[in-house]
Design a binder for this molecule. Structure first.
Ligand code: TXA
Ligand code: MG
Length: 329
């Protein structure tokens, strides 16, 4: 089944919110901004809509999805919150945090969204456009990043359009996103575990919990449909151009993704984009995916990436860069 759709693009506002809620209710696919990246939403209770979503993204396997809801009361109808989960929810929701929890007995979310797991990933986003759509729709919305599987996540409506035009029903354009990397995912197991570094720094979470987070085994976050399966570093968030990490200088024919003062050889680079000239990690996170997309169009031999400190949002940035560098031709 390959139905060619015409994708409607609407500026964020009341008309777009109403159109989004209507489309979701009809099993449609709606891209909308969250504070982290643009998400591709479908009705989390509608298995047919979720199947279409996997197909539109070209996702090879039924990887479990995050269910987005508008408030904690709603979240508690689908996930069982222990004391730790409640502490994190109160401290950081709405915001760039996803909690993985046991499902409730009467969880309304389709099995396909949780890939048959006993657990569910839940997030309350803070972006006003996402919140308006969730409020208007009133049911949980699954939303992976709104890109083709394996591509770099979208931080503008134009990125969504270039990947998914004619594969989805609606794009709500709310301008560029603020955070720029996906949410931090915490597994609320016996000991809370960092499953994916993201837009909420680990340090902030550890501060609230008063303890260190457990480290997930090898690669918890993957496109393979097997979360928490050790030993697989998914190639993901990847541009087509080869990515060379921790570059100390620029080699001939390379493009440079800089951070802080550019390294030697930058003046001969095929192209230079600086994540943050003043070395600000939050600015770098915001720019990361857009700059990777832009440099990917420059037909460079490699994208050479300068070292990024591994603290705060740097942990998520380095995670995405490592994935971008793995296993590409
Ligand atoms: O910022 C974000 O989180 C964005 C925006 C749109 O909300 N969404 C996003 O979704 O990044 P996605 O599908 O690209 O990533 C969801 C991740 C997957 O790696 C999946 O393995 C993990 O969440 N996940 C979902 N349910 C899980 C579960 N029950 N246990 C462990 N991991 C889970
Ligand atoms: Mg994704």
């Amino acid at each position: 089944m390959n139905v060619a759709l015409t994708t409607l693009i609407l500026p964020a506002g009341e008309a777009a919110t109403a159109a989004a809620a209507r489309a979701l209710g009809q099993g449609g696919l709606v891209a909308f901004p969250t504070e982290t990246v643009y998400g591709l939403g479908a009705d989390a209770t509608n298995a047919a809509a979720i199947a279409r979503l996997y197909q539109a993204k070209g996702r090879p396997a039924f990887n479990p999805l995050i269910s987005h809801v508008g408030d904690l009361a709603h979240a508690r109808t689908i996930g069982r919150f222990d004391e730790t989960a409640l502490k994190l929810a109160h401290a950081f929701w709405p915001g760039p945090l996803t909690l993985v929890l046991p499902k409730t007995a009467d969880c309304a979310v389709a099995e396909l969204a949780t890939a048959g797991l006993e657990t569910i990933a839940i997030r309350i986003p803070s972006h006003p456009v996402a919140r308006a759509i969730l409020d208007a729709f009133g049911k949980p919305v699954v939303a992976p990043s709104a890109n083709l599987s394996g591509h770099v996540s979208p931080t503008t409506a134009a990125h969504v359009k270039s990947d998914l035009e004619d594969r989805i029903d609606l794009i709500v354009d709310g301008g560029p996103v603020e955070v720029g990397v996906e949410s931090t995912i915490i597994g609320c197991f016996e000991a809370p575990m960092l499953l994916r570094p993201g837009g909420l720094p680990r340090e902030a979470i550890e501060h609230v919990l008063g303890r260190r987070l457990m480290q997930a085994p090898a690669d918890a976050e993957s496109d393979s449909g097997q979360p928490l399966a050790p030993g697989m570093l998914a190639s993901h968030y990847a541009p087509r151009t080869r990515v060379r990490l921790n570059a100390e200088r620029v080699e001939p024919g390379e493009a440079l993704l800089a951070f802080g003062p550019p390294v030697a050889g930058a003046e001969h680079a095929a192209a230079v984009m600086n994540l943050s000239g003043r070395g600000d990690l939050s600015e770098a996170a915001t720019n990361l995916f857009g700059y990777l997309r832009a440099l990917d169009t420059r037909a460079a031999r490699n994208i050479a990436v300068m070292p990024i400190p591994n603290r705060g949002l740097g942990e998520a940035i380095n995670d995405r860069l490592r994935r971008a560098a793995v296993g590409r031709e």
